[in-house]
Design a protein around this ligand. Structure first.
Ligand SMILES: [Zn+2]
Length: 418
């Protein structure tokens, strides 16, 4: 059995990790995209070795691998816990100065270094479940990096619990910390053979108790408009302006549906993320998201209809549309291994929480890992308002996540054949 009150160092770990700047960079071609991510990787590998996890190491691409050996004679599938070390390029992660609001009594939380930054109870309904908890926030000038250093701290703390309590039985446990998840390259250089896991869990979810087995399916679409350029003084009846064609396409996108700002739940969207170019050639970049393949195709067809309809007024201009698959809904893979979700639900329950099954309006490392042959649901880390200066996480939720991870390791052992 798990000692009911094992000592938790998860918050202290978390505070140690968030002050290390690990922002990733989508424009960098290297792996990891920013070398500074290795600063955290080195620390994690050395902390793991200090705990007694002998093989813990950081590889040349910025991945941390580690193994907690089995302490049971049963044949237990090898389980991996995974979190990402990088933080979002959308918000600075330099000089993170965390503060702790102890014993939260409700209401808004003002961030001390920037009066305009207030975590308002009305805008963050999850705060109502945090009464009496200690909430970690930033000073208002950076993101916090609970996404995903909360997950890292939780996995590290769970590792310590497993190592210090040999009476807790478990199979072989693998730990994987990845770089560059926020720029969609988190598993580009992962060595699954070396990892040798049968099932994995990313610990990168939001509210305590959540388990997610479904992500968006995602494509990227690039539309290149080739217009007709002439000297502007002699352009009448000749010029076909690629920038204006592109602008007309954007203007015809649905206004009340199909965009991130008008959808929620299981609805997908078609979302322009970039425009660049000049008179002769302009490129529009989109991301397309939906929970089904059919939904993706529908949105891409809609986009192409809009393009065709706009460009028919420009007879000498042409367009090229390129669709690139980004990732796919992992549910198709995970549904073949329902026990991976069932055991997580049981672990959440044993940690004293109400399990909530949810779907992710985004991707995780797990969506790609699942399709690479490693089924990988996502369990909560307690992170909230990520990618923003209002990001927060509570000590109590992180502690529940540690307990969930430990319970999950034991449930796989309990259910294994002797
Ligand atoms: Zn994340």
């Amino acid at each position: 059995m798990i000692p009911p009150l094992f000592k938790h160092g998860v918050t202290e770990r978390f505070l140690r990790y968030v002050v290390i700047d690990t922002q990733s960079d989508p424009d960098s071609p290297s792996c990891p995209s920013t070398d500074k991510q290795k600063n955290l990787g080195r620390l994690l590998a050395s902390e793991l070795r200090e705990m007694g996890v002998a093989d813990a190491h950081l590889d040349e691409y910025g991945y941390v691998y580690a193994t907690i050996p089995a302490n049971t004679s049963k044949q237990v599938p090898v389980i991996c816990f995974c979190s990402h070390m990088d933080t979002s390029p959308d918000c600075t992660g330099k000089n993170v100065r965390p503060q702790i609001v102890k014993n939260y009594r409700g209401g808004d939380i003002a961030l001390p270094a920037d009066p305009s930054q207030v975590i308002r109870a009305a805008e963050h309904p999850a705060l109502k479940d945090q009464i009496g908890h200690d909430i970690v926030t930033t000073d208002g000038t950076t993101l916090l990096g609970a996404d995903n250093k909360a997950g890292i701290a939780e996995i590290m703390d769970a590792a310590q619990v497993l190592i210090e309590n040999p009476q807790i039985r478990h199979g072989t446990i693998k730990i994987l910390f990845t770089p560059d998840e926020e720029i969609g390259r988190g598993v580009d250089k992962v060595d699954l053979k070396k990892l040798g896991a049968d099932f994995a869990y990313t610990v990168d979810g939001e509210s305590a108790g959540q388990i997610e087995d479904e992500t968006f399916s995602a494509d990227g679409v690039t539309i290149t408009i080739q217009g007709v350029s002439t000297h502007p003084g002699f352009a009448k009846g000749k010029m076909e302006h690629a920038i204006k064609i592109a602008a007309a396409i954007v203007d015809r996108l649905p206004k009340d549906t199909c965009s991130p700002e008008t959808t929620e739940g299981k609805e997908g969207f078609l979302h322009p993320i970039g425009i660049s170019g000049a008179l002769e050639q302009t490129t529009l970049s989109f991301i397309v998201r939906d929970f089904t393949e059919a939904g993706l195709k529908e949105k891409e067809a809609l986009l192409e209809r809009i393009v065709k309809d706009v460009i028919k007024d420009y007879p000498r201009s042409t367009y090229r549309m390129e669709i690139k698959e980004q990732y796919r809904n992992m549910k198709a893979v995970i549904d073949r291994h329902p026990e991976s979700v069932d055991y997580a639900i049981e672990a959440i329950r044993r940690a004293g929480l109400r399990p909530v099954r949810a779907s992710i309006r985004g991707g995780t490392d797990g969506s790609r890992l699942s399709f690479m042959g490693l089924p990988c649901p996502n369990i909560f880390a307690g992170e909230h308002a990520f990618h923003s200066r209002l990001e927060w996480v509570s000590r109590q939720d992180m502690e529940k996540a540690v307990q969930t991870i430990v319970h999950l390791a034991t449930i796989w052992e309990e259910r294994a054949a002797p």
